[in-house]
Design a protein around this ligand. Structure first.
Ligand code: SF4
Length: 423
């Protein structure tokens, strides 16, 4: 190549690079614009329903598209193997004829995925026409916790539990406390550990944990891993608990319930609109999930994170309390949790304790027997009182139990049965 040709070649390469840089930045700019639209939508309740829904749908599309990019493009067998992730075939999906698409029916998002595409949860992907769980046996964290931390206040108090989580989540809660785990693509994990269900059981046993908790992210997204561990746990006299937002379809949930001993389900708000704005989900399937868990005889506690100005009206508290009482019974423990500014809701203040006390008062007036406040230090509302004689039967400080006056599931003072699973 002579000197003139070399100069023309170098100029051409430079032009291609500049054009590429401009295109990438233009697409980033478009994404930023859409996300800004979403943020505006979530802080502008006065917008009409149609424009809000439209904005949110666009924003969800943007997030979904960015997911494929965040895993570095198409999810292929080669890439999954390179990152030491899993190709475990998922349950609850069907292949759509010869289209190469896979339709997931695990949760109400009902993702229909093209070859190489990951779902809304980031951790289930269509690889070669089959739906795969990328995080089967790939926990991102394992930790020993007091069972009270989940929160469970009426299930085997003072027990230790081995908590297990993976990357990914099927919700996008703007206030997520564990966003660094739940909003991560498995391809972004710093270190990929491999732990089979058998190894998790061994770990629980070596730490004298009689309970395993599937928690931190929503365990629905690692359904197959959770199911296999839970089945093996029961065969080894270990109990299972799940902490979830309950955005799951009925069929997989019923199947899971056969190995689940207790569930804490976090209700985010009392309208579909709230779920659309803050969580990318819907309330209706969550209420169905609560009924299914109750029907299946799994111990259930319900939490409700109170966000100032968003789900903290008297009407919200009444609606929530009445729904729990009418559908799950007055003996269902309820936890109103204090919100702290996190993730995409850093500009909101923490929930005033007076608002939480108002919520508790309304729930007790509605007729619920056990109503607690969470994330509030030195509150009487972290203790359990007998609904008959009103004596304090469990004294707690945070996750610590100081006194326990329950004998054989009954109040030690008056003999009234106390709803729960006691040791
Ligand atoms: S579990 Fe994941 S892939 Fe399946 S429908 Fe829900 S978000 Fe989509």
């Amino acid at each position: 190549m002579n000197k003139k040709k070399r100069i023309i070649f170098a100029v051409a390469i430079a032009l291609v690079l500049v054009a590429g840089w401009a295109l990438v930045n233009m697409s980033n700019y478009n994404d930023t614009q859409s996300i800004q639209k979403e943020q505006t939508a979530t802080t502008a309740p006065q917008q009409n329903e149609a424009s809000l829904t439209n904005n949110l749908q666009k924003a969800e599309e943007t997030v979904k598209n960015s997911l494929v990019r965040s895993s570095g493009g198409k999810v292929t067998r080669k890439k999954v193997e390179k990152y030491n992730l899993s190709l475990h075939e998922a349950s609850f999906y069907e292949q759509l004829g010869k289209t190469g698409k896979a339709a997931c029916s695990l949760c109400p998002h009902s993702c229909v995925l093209d070859e190489g595409e990951a779902g809304h949860c980031r951790v289930r992907a269509n690889v070669e026409g089959k739906l795969r769980s990328l995080v089967y046996a790939r926990p991102i964290t394992m930790h020993l916790d007091p069972i009270e931390k989940k929160p469970f206040f009426h299930f085997q108090p003072t027990e230790k539990t081995l908590s297990v989580a993976t990357a990914g989540c099927n919700m996008r809660c703007r206030n997520c406390q564990n966003w660094h785990i739940s909003q991560l693509s498995p391809f972004e994990m710093d270190e990929v550990k491999v732990k089979s269900p058998k190894e998790i059981i061994k770990l629980a046993k070596s730490n004298n944990a009689d309970i395993i908790s599937y928690t931190y992210n929503d365990p629905i997204v690692f359904y197959e891993y959770m199911f296999d561990i839970a089945k093996l746990a029961h065969a080894n006299d270990i109990k299972n608990t799940m902490v979830t937002a309950g955005h799951i379809n009925k069929k997989p949930l019923r199947k899971l319930c056969q190995y689940m001993d207790a569930v804490t389900l976090d209700v985010k708000g009392m309208t579909n609109e709230f779920y659309r704005r803050f969580n990318t989900g819907r309330l209706d399937p969550v209420l169905d999930a609560l009924k299914v868990i109750d029907e299946e005889g799994v111990w259930l506690e319900v939490s409700y994170l109170v966000i100032p100005g968003e789900n903290d009206s008297e009407k919200d508290f009444k609606k929530f309390s009445k729904w729990v009482k009418d559908n799950l019974g007055h003996g269902t423990p309820v936890h109103f949790l204090r919100f702290f500014p996190k993730f995409k809701m850093k500009s909101k203040p923490a929930t005033p304790v007076s608002t939480l006390e108002q919520a508790r008062g309304i729930a007790l007036e509605t007729g619920l027997d056990y109503v607690y406040l969470g994330n509030v230090r030195n509150s009487d509302a972290e203790n359990t009182y007998c609904p008959n004689c009103n004596k304090k039967i469990i004294d707690r400080s945070g996750y610590r139990i100081n006194e326990l006056h329950i004998d054989g599931g009954k109040c030690a003072y008056c003999g009234t049965s106390i709803n729960g699973i006691w040791k």
